[in-house]
Design a protein around this ligand. Structure first.
Ligand SMILES: [Cu+2]
Length: 308
């Protein structure tokens, strides 16, 4: 179980197979169905975001963030200033559990142990170097470990390399309000229910709820010009060829991770805030299924959308 869960949060284990390595290697990140075009949406530009802001700077492999934050709806911004993809997962420690225990479990390399001590409430999703990721999270008072689970090229999760920081969230009388949203995406086992198929350029706020049973994330990727969703999907979901040599193309993957939510436990709610240029995009969940080890995108958690 632990081994499996470890797999579940370790990207490279799912990347070690063959052709998909090509597509994912540049992602270096841990990496949502069906509404049709957005209808009845409010003007996205008018969405009101919480006053509270928490800014986090990520490098390889450190987080810079305040030691404390007041509870409530908080716009969390991740600036990725590193050379690898990073996200920020807010792991809220269970009552009676300590940061020391969490840190010890993190050192053990057993990711399953982390979830015995804390739940992920989500956070800004994995983005590539130079990108900024934003999510609104209602931070409940408590003690948190802020971590990046994205693994490096040698299979080591970034939290074992220094990307683990404490955060104390103190009770606040005024927790603010949830942002207005134009769409709600349900992360289910295994699809992105409600993901709009077409949106306009500009700022958007999507409410993202993990209504599934498993850990899920939503990583939004922009396709490079000249590349199609079908092409990328075919690469990602191509079954490994047993016994064949692993081709590791030198070309970078034809997409860039630009927004999203970090992996979050069942029941968690995030509001993803993004401003995307016109292009073709897709949402994906890289978290593997603990039962089979299959990445969720292989089970249906990959979905295209267009900004135009
Ligand atoms: Cu998933």
């Amino acid at each position: 179980m632990v081994k499996v869960l470890q797999r579940c949060v370790s990207r490279p284990s799912l990347e070690s197979g063959l052709t998909r390595r090509w597509a994912i290697q540049g992602l270096t990140a841990v990496g949502l169905m069906s509404l049709g075009t957005l209808h009845g949406a409010r003007d996205a530009q008018a969405a009101v975001l919480p006053r509270r802001r928490l800014v986090i700077r990520a490098t390889d492999y450190r987080f810079e963030l305040p030691a404390t934050a007041p509870s409530g709806y908080t716009e969390i911004t991740l600036h990725n200033r590193g050379h690898e993809a990073h996200h920020v997962m807010f792991m809220r420690l269970h009552p009676g559990k300590t940061l020391a225990e969490f840190t010890a479990a993190a050192k053990s390399g057993d990711a399953g142990a982390l979830f015995a001590l804390a739940d992920s409430v989500g956070g800004p999703g994995s983005v590539d170097p130079g990108q900024t990721s934003r999510a609104v999270v209602r931070l409940a008072a408590g003690r948190y470990a802020v971590i990046c689970m994205v693994p490096n090229a040698h299979d080591m999760p970034h939290y074992q390399m220094g990307m683990l920081a404490p955060l104390v969230v103190t009770p606040s009388a005024d927790e603010g309000a949830a942002p207005e949203t134009e769409a709600t995406v349900d992360l289910v086992d295994f699809s992105f229910d409600g993901l709009p198929q077409k949106i306009r350029p500009g700022r958007h706020v999507w409410k993202v709820i993990n209504t599934g049973a498993e850990l899920h994330e939503m990583v939004l990727n922009r396709l490079a010009p000249g590349h199609s969703y079908d092409e990328v999907k075919a690469i990602l979901t191509a079954p490994p060829k047993p016994g064949s040599a692993t081709p590791v193309p030198s070309a970078p993957p034809p997409f860039t991770s630009v927004a999203g939510t970090a992996p979050m436990n069942s029941g968690a709610v995030n509001w993803v805030v993004f401003d995307l240029q016109p292009a073709d995009y897709f949402a994906i969940c890289f978290v593997p299924d603990p039962k089979t080890g299959a990445p969720h995108f292989d089970l249906g958690m990959i979905r295209p959308f267009r900004v135009a």
